[in-house]
Write a protein that binds this ligand. Structure first.
Ligand code: GTP
Length: 634
């Protein structure tokens, strides 16, 4: 109930009565308090009054409980005051700003009503930075390249050769990104090499990387993933520096790498292009300084800048649920300066930053642009690639997150997931051609037996594919895989753990648990049979006699009919019979009762109808209406 703002034009007598009640209430309060003080109890009211605010700001209706907290009063007291104003409200009910104003004035508190913040707007708002506020920021680098070309070795080598004296004692923390110092400058590296992570983030709208280091092994040359990486970097408009790696190897051929890359649009400077190539050995730590210098040079050319004074915002690099610390997220600050105590919204999570730690395990109070930090205090685990932004107001943050979560839920519900019961329909609609299952069982023997039998189930047109099999409980990662591959999970003598259960609920992944192998097979089989092209049988729904025929230009021949038995429906199929001979078979095109289009007309009524592409109708013809119904195969 949203309570009314003011007592409704109370009559003078009523008003007087209320005044009296109020006085009585105050008198009792004073009396109670004095008693309490006499007993040596705390001067509760005074104590509370000491920190009662003189003014408060609200944005709109709030619950009695929230409002009481805001004006630092007991909720029960506020409820009583509201009662005197003729407003019945419980602690969880919302009161409007007029009611709040009245209560506040009773306590001598000024209530300011601020128009509500458009939470989404803050999030989307691109705040213009004043040029004088912009300062250079460290570049953010992602390392990409083909498998085994040395990405991880390079990341580790850079990380370990550029630890500053002061930080050397710190323990390396793998938080998903790290920063190194080169002279008096810094470079931020994202720790997850490869273009998949890069693109996943980009798919979520995150543009994090400024520069891409493409690692190509000099003994192996350009390989498929090298080319993929180039495409991904180009698609994101991120400049590439080529690190020709493994030059320590006897069969290293850096020139071949250059030649091959030229065919993919990366032409070295000495050949007239503008791509920087650096020969390195990640293993022997050669050429690393030059590589880092080139990164800084490119950063200078790009004039990477940010405004440390702006509203802090950035991207979640990775996040997890830590047993001891709760949700932790590594975020990359991209603008502004993130501080401990800030209220952050990240994807569908929010919270106040309780603590910030850098990649050396050092606690920070604030983190400026391009700094990766691990933060604690969010109420959930956001996803990598989620954008984060700092809010001034916790309530607005919560509102936004709730809105987003609802929207996400709706979107989830709109997407179809395969379930055994629904399999038949989904296949019919062409949603699945291959039925994916994940098999988890208690012992290896059962896994093998199940997979063997399941894969033998043969139903024309549809294949069962066991995409993952393993011994053990059903875990969250099984659910993630099932969700990504639109699979169901079959558990044999095993159960999902709590996390898996929760994930399956949110992801709407079906988990089927069995104790008898035969049951698994027979249930799957019956679902699979549902997958077969169903057989159809004709079901007659009614007959009508043609009593009049009208030829109307543009419309065609309209049959004025009398429904003899059953009914006629607009979506029915029709068969025109003349003297016992079928002269037409097709569909009802339109169906009217008088001038109105109708869905169906029952026996005993007249109707006007047209038949699809058929005009040769004569008075006395009989039309038979029927439907084709699917029959489940046995
Ligand atoms: N000789 C030599 N070996 C190297 C060099 N860099 C990496 N390696 C070796 O190459 C192999 C693959 O290196 P990784 O760093 O794991 O390669 P990666 O690109 O991260 O591989 P994935 O993570 O599988 O994609 C390892 O055995 C490294 O020791 C180098 O500069 N010289």
């Amino acid at each position: 109930m949203t309570a009314a703002a003011k007592p409704q034009s109370p009559m003078a007598r009523k008003e007087k009565e209320k005044d009296r009640e109020r006085e009585e209430f105050d008198r009792k309060e004073r009396f109670n308090e004095e008693k309490l003080i006499q007993r040596g109890g705390p001067r509760r009211r005074d104590a509370r009054q000491a920190d009662v605010p003189t003014s408060v700001t609200v944005e709109g209706p709030m619950t009695v409980g929230e409002f009481a907290k805001l004006i630092r009063r007991e909720a029960s007291e506020v409820i009583k005051k509201l009662l005197f104003l003729g407003i019945m409200a419980t602690i969880n009910q919302e009161i409007d700003t007029d009611a709040m104003e009245l209560i506040a004035s009773e306590y001598g508190i000024t209530l300011e009503v601020k128009p509500p913040v458009d939470e989404e707007a803050i999030d989307m708002l691109v705040e213009e930075d004043r040029p004088e506020d912009l300062v250079p920021r460290p570049p953010v680098v992602t390392i990409m390249g083909h498998v085994d070309h040395g990405k991880t070795t390079l990341l580790d080598a850079i990380r370990h050769s550029n630890v500053t004296e002061t930080e050397a004692g710190g323990i390396t923390q793998h938080i998903g990104a790290y920063q190194v110092e080169v002279g008096d400058r810094k470079i931020t590296f994202l720790d997850t090499p490869g273009h998949e992570a890069f693109t996943t983030m980009r798919a979520r709208g995150a543009q994090v990387t400024d520069i891409c280091i493409l690692v190509v092994a000099a003994d192996d040359g350009v390989m498929p993933q090298t080319i993929e990486a180039i495409s991904h970097a180009k698609a994101a408009n991120v400049p590439i520096i080529v690190a020709v790696n493994k030059i320590d190897k006897p069969d290293a051929n850096p020139d071949r790498v250059k030649q091959e890359l030229t065919q993919h649009g990366l032409v070295p400077e000495e050949w007239g292009g503008d791509t920087i190539f650096v020969n390195i050995s990640a293993l022997k730590r050669q050429g690393l300084d030059e590589l880092l210098e080139m990164v800084l040079l490119l950063a200078d050319i790009r004039e990477l800048k940010a405004n440390p004074k702006a509203r802090p915002r950035g991207t979640v690099i990775e996040a997890k649920l830590d047993r001891g610390r709760g949700p932790v997220a590594t975020v990359l600050v991209q603008n502004g300066t993130l501080k401990v105590g800030d209220i952050v919204v990240a994807g569908t999570t929010y919270g106040r930053v309780r603590a910030m730690v850098n990649d050396r395990g050092k606690r920070l109070k604030e983190a400026g642009p391009s700094t990766p930090v691990e933060i604690q205090g969010l109420n959930g685990v956001p996803s990598a690639g989620d954008l984060f932004v700092v809010y001034d107001d916790e309530r607005a943050a919560r509102n936004l997150v709730e809105k987003r979560a609802n929207r996400e839920r709706e979107q989830m519900q709109a997407t179809t997931r395969v379930t055994l019961d629904d399999l038949y329909r989904q296949i019919r609609e062409g949603n699945i051609k291959e039925f994916n299952v994940i098999v988890k069982a208690d012992v290896q023997g059962s896994v093998e037996a199940l997979v063997h039998s399941i894969e033998k189930i043969e139903v024309e047109g549809v294949r069962v594919k066991v995409i993952h099999r393993a011994v053990g409980a059903i875990t969250e990662s099984d659910v993630a895989l099932a969700s990504a591959s639109n699979a169901i999970i079959i558990g044999f003598n095993v159960r999902p753990d709590a996390n898996a259960k929760r994930a399956a609920e949110t992801e709407r992944v079906e988990i089927r648990l069995y104790r008898v192998i035969y049951d698994v097979i027979s249930e799957l089989e019956s679902a699979m049979k549902g997958l077969l092209e169903p057989e159809f049988k004709e079901v007659t729904i009614g007959h009508a006699e043609v009593r009049q025929v009208f030829h109307i230009s543009k419309v065609g021949t309209v049959c004025g009919c009398y429904v003899q038995d059953g009914k006629v429906t607009r979506d029915a199929q029709a068969r025109l019979i003349r003297d016992g001979i079928v002269v037409y078979e097709g569909k009802v095109d339109s169906l009217k009762r008088f001038k109105d289009d109708v869905r169906e007309v029952a026996a005993g009524f007249e109707c006007g109808l047209t038949l699809e592409r058929f005009n040769d109708v004569k008075v006395g013809d009989v039309i038979e209406f029927f439907k084709m119904e699917a029959v489940k195969p046995q």
